[in-house]
Design a binder for this molecule. Sequence first.
Ligand code: DC
Length: 233
Amino acid sequence: MSAHKIIIAIDGYSSCGKSTLAKQCAKRLGYTYVDSGAMYRAITLYFIRHTIDISNHDHILDALASIHLSFVVNESSGISEIHLNDENVEHLIREMLVADKVSEVAAIREVRSFAVAQQKKMGRKKAIVMDGRDIGTVVFPEAELKIFMTADADIRVMRRFEELYLTNPHISIDEVRHNLELRDHIDANREESPLRQADDAIVLDNSSLTREEQLEIVLEWIKDRATDRVAAN
Ligand code: DC
């Protein structure tokens, strides 16, 4: 038996732990990890900074033409970080200012085509783990492994709260809950590529799983798909 390189698509609601799982898998397999949400967040940051009128098609296209996104590996963590026109914005894009606007920006057709075209290119050589909302349905419908993650809503709120509290001690649980509910609603109900489970995706509910347990489960799924079995005659 030998292993071949595959594409792993991880989709799901906000704060289900998609990026944690994606990073774990990428590290274990030596694959590239791509945080597709970071691309929508970086575009949103650019739109905020340049006060782009999102009701104006031409303004959106002009703005997108001025945006260059790249992922650069941080030497100390080994994790790739997003750069917007050569500026490292990995931390800035996690702030509430961006979180409050990103679902609106990610719902724009032109923005999605711009991001999806780049995401598809990144998957050409396989050996990639990408997380987002439409990875298994739109970006890589051919992915060998599609995971649809869910977790109990209260658990998701607390996970996000604990993450944001580190950099913003003034944040409240209610504020985090409101933002998550609103984003989930917009992401699942938009016209363009709404969040939905691909028909061939496997559901992973990690409400009561540790990080180690979820990784073990997923590594088994990967083994099933990435192993070439020579048919016995
Ligand atoms: O995964 P995240 O929370 O960083 O994503 C930020 C926003 O971007 C989220 O509200 C939905 C949107 N998004 C999307 O529409 N499609 C993706 N593939 C990834 C994220």
